[in-house]
Structure formats: C-alpha cells, structure tokens
Design a protein around this ligand. Structure first.
Ligand code: SAM
Ligand code: SF4
Length: 330
C-alpha cells in the first residue's frame, strides 16, 4: 500500500519531486556532441501515446512528483505536443510543466504551449554567433531560436532559461557575449559541462572544457555565486549587480553532484531510468495500458527506486549504456 501524498524516496533518502519525460527519440538537429550524424531510426517509432503519458504522469504525481519536464530527442517534432502539455498540466499535484527544446519552432508555437499549461522553458543555444551556431547544430537557425526566446520573455512563464554546452568550439575563453545577452534580459543562461556518452568519446576528448574556466572568468568580471535555495537543481548560479539575468554552471564532474539528485527519468518508450548514466531501464509500459493499473504501476516505481545508484560512473569514464542524451532524454 502506498500512502497518498507520500513522496517516494530511494535508499539514500533522496526524494523525487521531479520527473523528466522523454516524448520522442527523434531530433531534427545534428549537434556535434549529441547526434553528429543526425537522428537514425533504431527500431519502431512507437513512442508513448497521449493516454500512456497521462497515466504515467498521474502515477508519478500520486507519488509526490510536482514538476514534469518534457524532453527528448526534440519534443517539438511531435505534432501532439500541445495535447501532451495539456494532459500533463491537468494532473492533480503537478504544478510545473517544463519543456527543453532546441527552439526551432518556438516562435510559432510557444503561445499555444503556454495556453495549454507550459510553465517553464529551457531553450538550448550553444553559441550566440550565427556561424558557430550553424556549425554546432547543423542548422542556420539562430535567428529563429532567438526570436522564440524574445517571445518567451513576454509570456506568463515562471522561468525562461537557456542551456549552452561548454565546448572549445565557439568559446575562446570569452563569455562576454553571453553576459551582454543577459544584461537587460531576466533570463538564466546555464552552461553544461560536456558529458561523455557512449557515442562521443573522441569528441569529448577534443572538446571538453572544465567548468572551472567559466567560474574563474565570471569571478574575474565581478560575478558572485547566488545563495542556494533548498529546491535548487544541480546548477551553481552567478549574479552581477549590473545584469538582470544570471549565469549558471552545471558541472556533472564536480564532487557531490549526485548527492542532491531529485530527478527520475522515463524514456520515450516507457523505460524508467534511475540515473542518466545508468545501465538499462525498468519497463513501465505494460502498466500504462489501462487506468486501473495505477496502483501496480506505483508499486513497481517505488520498488525500482531502491536500486537507484548513489552516483554516476562518469569519473571512471563509464557513461552506462547512454549512447547519446537524445536517446535517453537529456
Ligand atoms: N533537443 C532538446 C534540446 O536540445 O534542448 C532536448 C533534448 S537535449 C538531449 C537536452 C539537453 O542536453 C540540451 O541542452 C543539450 O545541449 C544537452 N546535451 C546533449 N548531449 C550532451 C552532452 N553530451 N553533454 C552535455 N549536455 C548535453
Ligand atoms: Fe537534438 Fe537536442 Fe541532441 Fe541537439 S542536443 S541533437 S537538439 S536532442
């Protein structure tokens, strides 16, 4: 019996109020660090349908999840993304519906997604220079992506963030274009240290830049770390009195990164992943076929949590069986 309102916890006492749900493995971009050859079909494209996604989120919400992030692949290639947002947002207990997107069609659809219940938006933008953006993503669409971000800033979203992977390419140890970007915009830019995946070994060795490079640059330019709140994710945030926006750093190789882990992941095919860099998944899809399977589904999730590892194996260059983040939902 699972008590209503109880928050599921793992063997290390970590509680999970945050679910990242991948809605597709498909992506239309070819980011050098993720899908350099573009998306290649592996097996049938039978990603979770609307009813399955709704049942899944209902069960997690009953186990205490309050925030659901939709990710992928590129979630916005799904034609029914607006309906997915609406169904997730309608679940009792869910108070934040977030989306991570490469932003290619943001300007066109963001109003409709926000009206459906989207509350938090993360847009991946790896460079503010048009050529570098084109080179990294395979698409000359920086203008469209930035237009979408400008639209986001006038809509009633709780947070608008940008994600940039720290890469040698396009960086040149100078972050001033980014700090200028956030001077007058209330936006958080979060740099993510490049993570090693099964598919990017050589690229990683060539392009990985330590988060310390960013930290030292910011400190030299008058940025200071923000006081951390209890509900904060893994990013360290920096602020500056002359800038409305913030700069963040997500450094998965830093000590203690996994201790505050508050998230669970479900893949687009309905596998529960206990760690982004874990081994294998626990199938949930067979229990997403009818509304009356909810109790059994919750019991399976709670049982699986006891196997969540204390930390990922990235320090020993072990990315689990994660070939790319597009495949598991980054
Ligand atoms: N397609 C969407 C996007 O790009 O925002 C959502 C999926 S993508 C896998 C989610 C995030 O993971 C993006 O911000 C992307 O930059 C990041 N990412 C992908 N591969 C990565 C890697 N090897 N290391 C660090 N971040 C990575
Ligand atoms: Fe696609 Fe996102 Fe991966 Fe880029 S990072 S290839 S946009 S899934």
């Amino acid at each position: 019996m699972i008590f209503p309102g109880a928050i599921a916890a793992d063997a290390f006492g970590r509680r999970f109020r945050y679910l990242r749900l991948s809605v597709t493995e498909v992506c239309n971009f070819r980011c050098t660090y993720c899908l350099p050859g573009g998306y290649r079909k592996s097996g049938p494209m039978d990603f979770l349908g609307l009813d399955e996604a709704e049942r899944l989120v209902r069960a997690f919400a009953q186990l205490g999840v309050a925030k659901v992030r939709l990710t992928g692949g590129e979630p916005s290639v799904r034609k029914d993304l607006t309906q997915i947002i609406a169904r997730v947002s309608a679940q009792p207990g869910v108070d934040k519906v977030a989306l991570t997107t490469n932003g290619w069609n943001l300007a066109r659809h963001l109003d409709e997604w926000t009206a459906a219940g989207l509350t938090n938006l993360n847009v991946s933008v790896d460079a503010l220079d048009r050529d570098a953006f084109h080179r990294i993503t395979g698409h000359d669409r920086l203008g469209d992506v930035l237009a979408g971000i400008e639209r986001a800033l006038v809509l009633p979203l709780k947070t608008v963030k940008m994600n940039a992977v720290l890469l040698r390419d396009g960086l040149a140890d100078d972050f001033s274009s980014w700090t200028e970007f956030v001077r007058g915009r209330p936006i958080a830019v979060r740099f993510i240290e490049l993570m090693r995946t099964g598919d990017n070994k050589a690229f990683f060795e060539d392009q990985h830049v330590s988060g310390a490079v960013l930290r030292h640059w910011l400190e030299r330019h008058g940025w200071t770390t923000k006081e951390r709140g209890g509900d904060d994710g893994p990013a360290i945030e920096f602020t500056h009195p002359d800038h409305l926006g913030r700069i963040g750093l997500i450094a998965p190789y830093a000590p203690g990164f996994c201790e505050g882990c508050n998230r669970l992941r479900v893949t687009a095919r309905g596998q529960l992943r206990l760690c982004l860099f874990g081994q294998g998944g626990r199938p949930l899809r067979d229990l997403l076929q009818a509304d009356d399977q909810c109790e059994e589904l919750k019991a399976r999730i709670v049982g699986a949590l006891t196997f969540k590892p204390a930390a990922h194996g990235l320090h020993s260059a072990n990315p689990g069986d994660t070939r790319s983040l597009a495949q598991t939902g980054g």
